[in-house]
Design a protein. Structure first.
Length: 111
């Protein structure tokens, strides 16, 4: 049964002209794996900003419109990643969306 499902999966990938996963090319296979790491690390870039807002309660210089736009963009990317089953993209964009929302709440709280 498992072999039949695997065969069906392979046929679907070929029919849709998708590349093999894991990819036989070393560079592409390594890049695929690296993207999981990037997905976990990239939201960490926002953590110092969130920490500063809540630790100092100073939101001077933070524009609500910019953070709202970034939140909207990240949520659209999150929806895209769910539809296309791109899990590294989902991890990164949903995490960044949560951090964007946290900053927006901080701006409203300490304005």
């Amino acid at each position: 049964m498992v072999d039949a499902l695997h065969h069906l999966h392979v046929r679907q990938r070929l029919y849709r002209r998708l590349e093999k996963f894991p990819h036989p090319n070393f560079f592409k296979r390594t890049l695929d794996r690296l993207m999981y790491f990037v997905a976990l690390v990239s939201p960490a870039a926002l953590v110092p900003q969130v920490w500063q807002v809540y630790a100092t309660q100073d939101v001077a210089g933070l524009a609500i419109s910019s953070w709202a736009l970034l939140f909207t963009i990240n949520m659209l990317w999150t929806i895209y990643s769910i539809v296309h089953r791109e899990w590294p993209l989902f991890i990164a964009t949903s995490s960044m969306g949560i951090l964007d929302a946290t900053l927006i709440m901080g701006i409203f709280l300490y304005r």
